[in-house]
Design a protein around this ligand. Structure first.
Ligand code: C2E
Ligand code: MG
Ligand code: MG
Ligand code: MG
Length: 275
């Protein structure tokens, strides 16, 4: 009987594996057309001043509006886009759209609104990243001080390259933040070598705000303050999170407690009510 079950299990898992591989292959081939067919859309999640409740900027987060499968979250296609190199073209579309739409918001009266754009490792390794950003800034007329790049600790691996690249990016006048901070494997020493403007405390710490994670969050906030780096907590979902962060003098927050990421029109409505 055990042998029978084992066999069935094997067949069950292999069927599942087969399905997930064929979904991935389907997404991969359709991802190639998605840009031309205008199937991507940016959502915006506000970053909030914890003391005033006002919106200080947004983070642009891509979604794929698939004609049959519906709205696909980035976790399901960004890794495929990275593997295939499609991320370079997609990333350029994200950058252009985020800068354009933020410029529109500024022209509608939100003069100091900034936007943060996520950059993947593959993009970061592209030598023409600088030229791409430079030309989009001039094309959209967004002032560089309103653009922030979110990179991850994984990009700190080749320190020499990273320092050179970050210094060139900073020379454009844009800001740099470290996303998902506290989850990577890199050494803290890069913080003093890299020109970083902001740390984004990973949402996993809020999700499980036990005593040791509280101590870690507190330490990150103090360290950022001591180094003159801004710090924002991600994944803020409850009043309890807010109270804890206020107690630690954290000034910026982002999370479902304030707002989920929203499409442009709905984000505009939120801006009207929260500015
Ligand atoms: P991220 O940059 O760390 O973005 C934060 C993610 O957490 C977003 O998921 C956001 O919707 C979600 N989130 C925000 N507040 C909360 C909260 O209070 N609770 C919970 N549980 N989740 C919250 P999303 O939009 O699915 O994006 C996932 C990841 O995909 C992003 O993580 C980022 O690494 C990547 N990504 C998104 N857009 C882009 C893009 O345009 N380019 C690149 N290269 N990566 C992107
Ligand atoms: Mg991010
Ligand atoms: Mg994050
Ligand atoms: Mg991330």
């Amino acid at each position: 009987l055990a042998k029978e079950q084992g066999k069935n299990n094997y067949q069950f898992f292999s069927e599942e594996l087969h399905q997930s591989i064929s979904r991935k292959l389907k997404l991969e081939s359709e991802l190639r057309k998605a840009l031309d067919e205008r199937q991507f859309i940016l959502y915006y999640q506000p970053k909030i001043n914890i003391n005033t409740g006002r919106i200080i900027g947004t983070e642009a987060l891509i979604r794929w509006e698939h004609p049959e499968l519906g709205l696909i979250p980035p976790a399901q296609f960004i890794p495929i886009a990275e593997e295939t190199g499609l991320i370079v073209k997609i990333g350029e579309w994200v950058m252009r759209t985020a800068c354009q739409q933020t410029k529109e918001w500024q022209e509608a009266g939100y003069k100091n609104l900034s936007v943060a754009v996520n950059i993947s490792l593959r993009q970061f390794m592209q030598n023409n990243l600088i030229e791409m950003i430079e030309s989009i800034l001039s094309e959209t007329a967004l002032a560089p001080e309103f653009l922030e790049l979110e990179i991850t600790e994984s990009m700190a691996l080749d320190a020499t390259y990273t320092i050179r690249m970050l210094n060139r990016l900073k020379a454009l006048g844009i800001s740099i933040s470290i996303d998902d901070f506290g989850t990577g494997y890199s050494s803290l020493s890069y913080l003093s070598q890299f020109p970083i403007d902001r740390l984004k405390i990973d949402q996993s710490f809020m999700r499980n705000l036990n005593t040791s994670n509280q101590a870690i969050v507190k330490t990150i906030i103090d360290m950022a303050h001591n180094m003159n780096i801004a710090v924002i907590a991600e994944g803020v979902e409850t009043q309890k999170h807010v109270d804890f962060l206020k107690g630690q003098m954290c000034k910026e927050v982002q999370g479902y407690f304030y707002s989920k990421p929203l499409p442009y029109i709905e984000a505009t409505t939120l801006l009207h009510s929260r500015s």
